[in-house]
Design a protein. Structure first.
Length: 248
């Protein structure tokens, strides 16, 4: 079995109230999250998890806030000797726009997407304003999508699990590395969601669900399960990865 390494690239940021990440906690605190594309190396395929924003804000203030450099899609891939046309596989954690805006550039890729995400992007609830089907029109028309209906292995050492925490079709990506099983969460959280401060633990809460969720009770339980299954937890928007070149 191949052993992989995971390389985070910041391809966007958002500034908002921290409670968007940490349910009922951190209200009124401004917080900046990085938006990542994750380059997976170690096999004979060029693999990405998510594709980030099309036109990220490139500013010193944003970079200082996350502690790392922000790239456009092309420049970020260039760091690893890749172009969008070199990408063979894209695995989507979900289809909120900041995770799929560069899909159309990966003309040679196969996209792995859960069926419930496709349902959501084509018929979103009014609360789900983060879906915009324009970003996947090209890959649908080109028959590039592989629909995921159940938990499965994408390649030896890379598998996906349906984790409907943040969205109905969220996929957590489990990747085998030299240091154990890494899990890129299929839901939008930071380290603090898995390591709550004392005041939250004092309420007998082991994790904090994300501020945007499908079912907050189920979200809590799924998060605890993912935490048990991973040797290396990779919360999808954790700022500390912005300064890390390689995981695993």
């Amino acid at each position: 079995m191949a052993q992989y390494t995971i390389h985070p690239i910041v391809m966007g940021t958002k500034v908002f109230d921290k409670s968007m990440m940490t349910y009922q906690y951190g209200q009124g605190e401004q917080y900046t999250i990085p938006i990542y594309t994750w380059v997976i190396k170690g096999g004979d395929k060029n693999i990405l998890v998510d594709t980030g924003e099309m036109s990220p804000i490139l500013s010193k203030d944003r970079e200082d806030a996350i502690g790392g450099k922000i790239f456009t899609f092309e420049k970020g891939l260039e760091k690893h000797g890749l172009t969008p046309l070199d990408i063979d596989i894209v695995i989507h954690t979900h289809l909120h726009m900041d995770h799929c805006e560069n899909d159309y550039k990966c003309e040679n890729a196969r996209f792995y997407i859960h069926e419930k995400e496709l349902e959501s992007i084509h018929n979103p609830h009014p609360l789900d304003y983060r879906y915009l089907e324009d970003y996947i029109d090209d890959i649908e028309e080109n028959n590039q999508i592989k629909i995921i209906k159940e938990d499965c292995e994408i390649l030896k050492g890379i598998r996906v699990k349906h984790t409907p925490v943040h969205t109905k079709g969220g996929l957590t990506v489990y990747i085998e590395t030299q240091k154990g099983t890494a899990a890129i969460t299929g839901f939008c959280v930071i380290d603090e969601n898995f390591n709550p401060p004392p005041e939250i633990k004092g309420m007998e809460m082991d994790v904090i669900p994300p501020g945007t969720h499908v079912d907050v009770y189920r979200a809590y339980d799924i998060m605890k399960q993912v935490q048990k299954e991973a040797d290396i937890l990779i919360p999808l928007h954790e700022p500390r990865f912005a300064s890390i070149e390689s995981i695993g």
